[in-house]
Write a protein that binds this ligand. Sequence first.
Ligand code: FE2
Length: 278
Amino acid sequence: MPLYESEYRQFQDAYYDLFRRAGFPLTEADRRAIAVADFGLATPGDRDSSLRLGILEVHLAPFCMKLLGWLPLDTLPEHRHQSVLVLPPGSAIPEGFVLLEHFARGFRPRPVDAPGSLYVVPVDPFFLFPTDSFGQEVPPEGLAGRVLRGKWEKFTPMYGEATLYTTRDHILRGDGKTEYLRDPSGVKPASAGRYRPPKKDWDTMLSRYAVELGVDGAQGLVGSSVLLPCNTPHLVVAGPTGFVCIESSLESFDEADIFTRHDEIMRATEVLPDLPLP
Ligand SMILES: [Fe+2]
């Protein structure tokens, strides 16, 4: 469902205030550059949805940095940045794979790929592509094509608190000089998460673990970054004062995000012109 233009602007204003509160020196020019994601679940005229996200993007390929903002108790629904197998034109769909469009509604082929290329993803959300000696993902044996690596993303909390739900029983932690290490501290069963998503998201999520995110020393992982490798399902629900983090990643291919509730969620937000005044 879409948002009316005036609602969209009201949300931009709310996220602008939130980012300013988090200490980012946004200017008026940034205000209307904020993208409001409603995941296609908003009902026009009804602000009562709790699945929402405000995004201010700084995209200098191949790097990507975003400010992500959650209004109080809002949820970024569970999704994963799935690696995609790009098959040459005319290929058959391999067993165990489906067309990406099946999961990611509105996906458009990339102009850099040969016209007619097939974009397929594994049916099994826990499937991992094999890797070569450089650690690059490659097609499974016997298949042609190449693998577009899904996004690895790092969340650095800047304001407020949130609970991150994920399928991993550890986080990856590093000091910038050495390789990231598996660290199970601060990761707990999902049932112990401080803030819970709406029931439908709770009931359908694949995540079984929770990590508290915040900038306050009382939280489990003190203002530290959490690195999520590609293909890791994750959901973030904000606390009562909202939440802001910096999301940094190498490449961004958001059209291919696979939401666990993919049958209902649309990545692109549709905006309707305001109704004329009577
Ligand atoms: Fe994500």
